[in-house]
Structure formats: structure tokens, C-alpha cells
Design a binder for this molecule. Structure first.
Ligand SMILES: [Zn+2]
Length: 232
């Protein structure tokens, strides 16, 4: 069954790419403690305005990497405006101020306003369909461990999706950011730069060129697009 849901990410994970390499300078101050009311487990989340240092890069993208180990992502005000214009649900946003620019090219260009997005947990992984085993310490909080091959595609349990437009997985910790077609089409409509979209559950072993959806391409829907979109 073809999923109507997508995963989104960004390009630029190294200092040599066209997009700047970003680090958070004050993550300690923006960290908030969360406490699970079921098991009492505490953990920290980044929730609040953050300051960013950027290095390298040749243009200011609409989406940037911040921390490869979490679903944390920074988007431009163009993206935020697009989200607000059509009522995209599933996130909290915080100011992300660029305080340091170590880039000859970018220091000459006007820096956009950026926001850090915290994504809601919006869908469960179907462990059986994904061929993985989950070991839970608590069903109510991130206090659980996943046991699976990180390269295995995660199959979502669509019956657990509550209709959010941007979200992350609920029953496992993962870096995967999910979205609906509405978001992909917003990105196309407004020509957002540097987004990477693929179908949810696409085989991560396939080359990026085969997985990525050409959301800025001339043809829409693109070649190989599943038939369900033809009706829309
Ligand atoms: Zn708990």
C-alpha cells in the first residue's frame, strides 16, 4: 500500500556543501526538563529561542540542519509564513537567531529570520510490518529503546495517525520528520530551497537520487509518483 505520508529533511550535512553548517551556541539555556506523569522519567528537550553559529555555505536555505541526532530543524520565515497561511499543524516554533557568521559569501547577504521547529509526535511505527522489535520501558514517554537495524525502512501504522501535517514518530525515538502532501505542495508552490522529501518508509539503502521527490521539477506529479495522487 502506498503511503500518503512523506519524510522530510535537508541537504547539507558537511562543511563543504552549499548550505551553511549550523551549530547551536546556547542549547543549555533553551533546554527544558520534561517529566512523564506515568513513570516519572525525566528527560530534556530543546524548547525556547536558540542562537546559531553558521560556517561556510553559499546561500541562505529555507531549511537547515542543526543537530543530526534529533528531529530538530531550522526553517526560514518563508516556510513559517507558508505553514501559517494554510494552517499546518504539528509543531511548536521558537526564534533561532543567527549570531555568528563565518562565511565570506553569507556575511554579504541578508540573513533571513529563522525558526527552530519542535515537531509533535504524531504516528506509531508498526513494528511487525517493519520487521522490528520494540522494547518499552514506558508506553507514555520516550523512555523506550528501539531494537532494529537503523537501515531498515520504518513502516508507519496509518491507523494511529491523527491528522497532523508535520510530526515525528510517537513510539520510538528517531530522527525522522514526517509530513503530508500539503507540505510538499507548499514547498513546490513557494519554491522553498534545500528540502529533501521522500515517501515515508522509502528504502534508505536506495541512493538519494532514487528516493528524493523532485518537488521543484517541471513535471508535477513527478514520474513514478503513486497513482493515488492522480485523483487529487
Ligand atoms: Zn514514562
Amino acid at each position: 500500500m502506498e503511503s500518503m505520508l512523506f519524510e522530510f529533511s535537508y541537504f547539507g550535512k558537511s562543511l563543504t556543501s552549499d548550505v551553511p553548517y549550523v551549530s547551536v551556541t546556547d542549547s543549555e539555556e533553551a533546554q527544558r526538563a520534561e517529566v512523564c506523569d506515568v513513570c516519572g522519567h525525566q528527560w530534556k528537550v530543546l524548547r525556547g529561542s536558540v542562537s546559531l553559529n553558521v560556517e561556510g555555505g553559499r546561500y541562505w536555505p529555507d531549511i537547515m540542519r542543526v543537530d543530526g541526532k534529533s528531529p530538530m530543524v531550522v526553517v526560514s520565515s518563508r516556510v513559517m509564513d507558508g505553514f501559517v497561511s494554510v494552517g499546518i499543524r504539528g509543531f511548536a516554533s521558537y526564534e533561532a537567531r543567527v549570531v555568528g557568521i563565518d562565511s565570506d559569501t553569507l556575511s554579504l547577504e541578508k540573513c533571513p529570520t529563522y525558526y527552530y521547529l519542535e515537531l509533535c509526535r504524531g504516528i506509531d511505527v508498526d513494528p511487525d510490518a517493519s520487521g522490528i522489535e520494540l522494547e518499552y520501558a514506558c508506553r507514555a514517554c520516550p523512555r523506550l529503546s528501539k531494537i532494529y537495524d537503523a537501515n531498515a525502512p520504518l513502516v508507519p501504522d496509518l491507523s494511529t495517525w491523527e491528522g497532523l501535517d508535520v510530526f515525528t514518530f510517537r513510539n520510538i525515538r528517531s530522527q525522522i520528520r514526517c509530513c503530508t502532501l500539503k507540505v510538499v505542495e507548499l514547498a513546490r508552490q513557494h519554491r522553498w530551497s534545500n528540502f529533501f522529501f521522500q515517501f515515508m518508509g522509502a528504502n534508505p539503502l536506495l541512493p538519494v537520487a532514487q528516493r528524493k521527490i523532485d518537488y521543484l521539477g517541471e513535471m508535477w506529479p513527478p514520474t513514478g509518483w503513486p497513482p493515488w495522487t492522480q485523483k487529487m
